[in-house]
Design a binder for this molecule. Sequence first.
Ligand code: CP
Ligand code: NVA
Length: 322
Amino acid sequence: MQHLMKSATAKPRQRADVRHFLDLSDLDAKVVRRLVDMAHAMKQAGRRPPPDLAPADIDQKILIMIFEKPSTRTRVSFDVAMRQLGGQTIGLNDKDTQLGRGEPLSDTARVLSRYGDAMMLRVNAHATLTELAAHATIPVINGLSDLSHPCQIVADLMTFEESRGPIKGATVAWAGDGNNVAVSWIHAATRLGFKLRLACPPQLNPDRAVLDWAKAEGGDIELTDDAPTAVAGADCVVTDTWVSMGQADAPRRKQLLGPYAVDDQLMARARKGAIFMHCLPAYRGHEVAASVIDGPQSVVWDEAENRLHAQKAILAWCLGVD
Ligand code: CP
Ligand code: NVA
């Protein structure tokens, strides 16, 4: 009884102290750089984290994962990452919870904060994440939203550096839809000082507010509607599916995005030794030719593996490791 009374009167944790991972644009450049360095170190250490990157009391910590959309990589890599760190996970689809029946996000955030130590969500609307974060007293991690996919880009930055050396000063080209993955690339380029050239059909340009943010922050971002122009001399070529999860206008998108397909001819315009990246799942013969994604310049399997190491870095940072 004494114990119950003590916990009922315990002071709530201060939300300002909570390390949410919603977008790379929310973090300063030092933190983004540190996350990538931690991801490299996690990979070098193997299954267990190096002692200086192990979160305190990790064996008592639980990650709650909720998915409003399907996932292979994000779901499994976060689950494995938390277990390899020494913690535990609970994985749910939103329909399994009262969220699916309209329980307010603010109430859900407060309740889950009493059970778990961090929550990772894949959501339809980015506002779901910001609303949860406003009321949670544990970290909220963006496992993909309609706006952005920052966990993917920590892995992508790491993958670039494994193949091509430091990202700072490099040139990355994006050809395709100005979607959630493209937005996180814009955030990353602005924070870490590399050039990003995006080629998108004007109807599918990245969110204007994100481009304005990058400009105001001094980001080196170029936008064109011509894929060969964007790819010329680039160190890395990136693309993504033409139809993201939840998008209904597939025929229109396929028509608009046809000229942005990454094939051998387009790759030949990049710098010698340039790499090809794709967050997966990929659709061969649509956004990328099989000869490119299955060819010698492709690093997509390292990229997928690196999701695991990047998730360990993100979890460790959210749980207080610097
Ligand atoms: N790249 C990525 O996020 O993959 P999943 O949709 O499989 O999680
Ligand atoms: N842009 C894609 C990424 C999938 C990982 C989507 O949102 O479906």
